[in-house]
Structure formats: C-alpha cells, structure tokens
Design a protein around this ligand. Structure first.
Ligand code: E4P
Length: 272
C-alpha cells in the first residue's frame, strides 16, 4: 500500500519524507488555508502560489493533488487547466482534484464527471474527491479518473450523526463492522463504516480490473489505517498526526527502556 500525506504543511511534508515512507501528497483548500495561515501568523511573508511551488519542488516526482474551487463544468475545467499549466512544469507531479458531484443544489450533478472525462482524455491525471458511495467511485473510474478518494472518516461521522451521536472526537475509532442500534446495524444504503465503503470499492474495482487507483481519505486514526490496508486499497492518504500515532506502542517503549537499562559498560565500550 502506498502512503500519501494528507497535509499542505511543508514542515510536515518534509519530516514525513525524511522517514522514507511517503509516496505522494494530497491537499485541499482547507488544508492550504491552515498551512498558509500558520506561516503568516509566524510572521512569514508567503503567497499561496509560491507556497504551492515550494511543495511541488520538494515533493517531485511524487504526485501532489491540488483541488479546483469551481462548482460547474466550465469553471472546474478552466481552473484545472490553470493549475496544471501553472504548476505541472515545476516537477511534473500535479494531480487535479475534482469533486465527484460539485452540485450542492441537486442540479448539474454530472458536471464533475464531465470535467473528469475531459481532463483525463487530455492526459491530465485526476483525483476524484468526496466519494461517499461505491456507485460514485464506479462512475468516476468509468470517466477516466486516475484516482478515486473515498472519505472513510466522514462516512463514520455521517453514521454517528444518523443516530444522533454528536458528542465524539474527530479521531475516535469507529468499528469497521459498524454499530448496532435496536438490533440493526446503522448503515448508509448498506454501507456500515468508512472502512466498509473502501472495502466494497476495492472489491468492485478488482472484480472488473479497473485501472483507477483507490486513495482511502479522511483517515482519523491509526487503527483505521490498519483496517484500510487489510482491504487491499492501493493508497491511504494520512494526516501527519495519524502517521505519528502509527509508530507508537506502549510495549515498544517499555522494551526500549529495558534494553537501555541493561546495557553493560563493556557493551558501551564497543562504540567508543
Ligand atoms: C483528502 O484528500 C481529504 O480532503 C481529506 O482526507 C479529508 O479529511 P477530513 O474528513 O478529516 O477533513
């Protein structure tokens, strides 16, 4: 499984790359806002365009997803072309993020697919974002997407909200086999968790040998990463705090303390 880092913070990107574990980066307008505001608050003079260039220069040749902001075919296509023309020449690693359905008002529901199809035909790689159901992933793959990004954590949020469970932490674990209410597993058209959504997309894509890669996104904790990996998903895009959680275990730390306390002076001598 490839690991992408889900952040626009350059220090997090550089640190994770120094660990040798990263195969790409995903950003979105919210992540860029957080990263740039943090630097501005520290007194750094930075504009978003040069900041994105910094990320691409550092990350190349690994792919970096950059998202459009439009909500209709014309604007998304235009913005995608601008992003690609402006930034891909830097390190040839730009992937354009397009929402599977940009319509918030149940009109122009197919503008996302139309944009994905057009860009893909032109050879521009597209990462289709905000995938919340298997059917959307199928359509995005058929339209030529290089990647589809099912949002595991947000499906878990949605399932919790369905039963009025609002008091939970963003990084709280949600069981992959779902939660029961009155003998019934809470579900969204048969999907019982974010991991379940990813698993079903993996099953369908494997069944039909789709070439589109699946990026499990909206990952909230380390246990979820393990469950995503077990689905056979190609890629997980993981926030920095979750990557940090993946390396820690109580017994590893305890074992280290014991090894350190057992080092005899003669053993130390070897390293002098
Ligand atoms: C990634 O590309 C998504 O934008 C991101 O994973 C969303 O994560 P969130 O649901 O935790 O905001």
């Amino acid at each position: 499984m490839k690991i992408f880092i889900d952040t626009a913070k350059i220090d997090e990107i550089e640190t994770a790359f120094s660990w040798g574990i990263v195969d790409g980066v995903t950003t979105n307008p919210s992540l860029i806002k957080i990263a740039v505001e943090e630097l501005k608050n520290k007194g750094e003079k930075i504009d978003i365009e040069s900041y994105i260039k910094r990320i691409l220069e550092f990350t190349g040749p690994y792919p970096v997803s950059l998202e459009v902001i439009g909500t209709d075919y014309e604007s998304m296509y235009k913005e995608a072309k601008i992003l690609y023309e402006k930034f891909n020449k830097i390190a040839n690693n730009v992937v354009i993020k397009i929402p599977v359905n940009p319509s918030c008002e149940e009109k122009d529901d197919f503008d996302g697919l139309k944009t994905i199809y057009k860009l893909s035909k032109e050879g521009i790689p597209v990462n289709v974002t905000l995938i919340m159901k298997v059917e959307q992933a199928i359509l995005a793959a058929k339209a030529g997407a290089r990647y589809v990004s099912p949002f595991a954590g947000r499906i878990d949020d949605y399932l919790r909200n369905k039963i009025g469970w609002r008091d939970f932490k963003k990084d709280a674990y949600f069981p992959e086999n779902g939660i029961k209410l009155n003998q019934e597993i809470v579900n969204d058209e048969g999907i019982v968790s974010g991991v379940d959504l990813v698993k079903k997309i993996v099953d369908v894509f494997n069944k039909y040998n789709f070439k589109t890669e699946i990026i499990a996104a909206s990952i909230r904790n380390s246990r979820q990463v393990k469950e995503i990996a077990l689905t056979g998903c190609h890629i997980a895009t993981i926030p920095f705090y979750v990557i940090k959680e993946m390396i820690v275990h109580y017994k590893t730390a305890e074992g280290m303390r014991k090894f350190i306390s057992d080092v005899v002076p003669e053993y130390k001598e070897i390293f002098k």
